[in-house]
Ligand binder design. Structure first.
Ligand code: FAD
Length: 343
């Protein structure tokens, strides 16, 4: 049997590796860093991907690692709060520090070979899968996107996700393992923001007078968990328009507001595994394998990417945000409708 080579050991690459091992396909994975390591992520996995993930790692083991379920959502805008929402299906909350490490250990135990601290040039050639994370773009439509995340320690918070909308972005608060709350924000700016490595607490901590600022005032941060990312591209991309097999953010990135990017990474791993296994067994040639993977991915992702883009653009528009807020206040099912359409 032929070997599948995966470049990138984030959620997409690791779940693909594990799924291929379930199908008894030899796997080699190249990861530029080593585990555990923090990543900029809301750490709120919501969507079909959580079922796929649980078919690879039983819920009991995820719980032992500290995973929680979250069913509620509280949305804030400046100092105002929308009513509490109960979401149609629970999300899985666990830090990427824990989750990726757990998956990497399981992949090794399942017979996959991981090459740590090995930066491999991704290639669109036979047998190679690109799972290297976001495709960078310095600016999009004149905006620069910046992602920041850090863990707040001993912050008392229930199981609900908190989403705080600001004029320049949004910040999500999600309880993960061991009394940690992941505080993660996406912001946009016209120019580069100097001194972010020093000033990140001001960005994540909200403006004085806001509900976010009150929530995080005096909080103790785990400084080592701070991470940042820039040059984020949120333009939807179709798999059929790209060469080779690409999964996760390397294929396309859904706006983080949806909390569905990790799910898409896991789903991408699953949707590409069967055609790749057929290629490895010699039953499919490589171009047909790539076409099947692309068809599966585009079929699953196109509609939600369109909805998510519309939602993100509206929420960051000076008129769109108050309008959406008004709709969500008047029509109780509106947030749930948006939730369903973006997964
Ligand atoms: C601000 C922000 C908040 C978010 N919040 C959420 C959320 O709440 N819920 C959610 O579901 N999603 C969220 N996301 C999105 C989510 O983090 C991504 O969709 C997800 O991490 C994609 O996984 P991936 O495996 O494709 O990429 P990554 O997790 O980025 O992994 C890519 C891996 O490839 C490695 N790599 C890169 N290049 C190479 C190379 N050349 N050779 C070897 N290895 C390489 C990297 O080291 C990394 O380990 C958020 C994203 C941002 C920016």
């Amino acid at each position: 049997m032929k070997t599948v080579q995966i470049v990138g050991g984030g959620l997409a690459g690791l779940t693909l590796g594990l799924r291929l091992r379930q199908l008894e396909v030899p796997v080699e994975l190249y990861e530029a860093t080593s585990y555990p390591r923090h990543r900029v992520c809301g750490e709120y996995l919501s969507g079909r991907g959580s079922d796929f993930l649980e078919s690879l790692v039983p819920w009991k083991i995820l719980v032992e690692a500290g995973a929680r379920r979250s069913v509620g959502l509280r949305i804030f805008r400046n100092d105002r709060k929308l009513r509490n929402e109960s979401l149609p299906r629970p999300a899985l909350c666990l830090s990427r520090h824990r989750l990726d490490h757990l998956l990497a250990d399981r992949l090794t135990s399942a017979g996959g070979r991981i090459h740590l601290q090995t930066r491999q040039t991704p290639v669109a050639q036979e047998g190679w899968v690109t799972a290297t994370g976001r495709q960078p773009a310095v600016q999009e439509e004149g905006w620069r996107w910046i992602g920041l995340k850090a863990h707040a320690l001993d912050l008392s918070m229930g199981e609900d996700l908190e989403m705080h909308l600001t004029p320049h972005g949004y910040v999500g608060l999600c309880a993960v393992e061991e009394n940690r709350v992941n505080v993660c924000g996406l912001f946009r700016a016209r120019e580069t923001i100097p001194g972010l490595a020093r000033n990140w607490r001001n960005w994540l901590g909200g403006k004085p007078g806001s509900a976010l600022h009150r929530r995080l005032q005096g909080v103790r941060w785990d400084e080592d968990s701070f991470s940042s990312v820039s040059a984020i591209s949120l333009r939807p991309r179709r798999a059929a328009a790209q060469a080779g097999v690409r999964i996760g953010d390397a294929l396309t990135m859904i706006p983080p507001l949806t909390g569905n990017g990790m799910s898409m990474a896991v789903e991408g791993g699953f949707l590409s595994a069967e055609p790749l296994a057929e290629w490895a067994r010699g039953n499919l040639d490589w171009p047909t394998c790539c076409q099947r993977v692309a068809r599966n991915l585009d079929h699953s992702f196109s509609a939600r990417l369109r909805w998510a883009r519309l939602l993100q653009q509206s929420i960051l528009h000076p008129l769109g945000q108050p309008l959406l807020w008004h709709f969500a206040s008047v029509f109780p099912y509106f947030p749930q409708l948006l939730f369903r359409q973006t997964r």
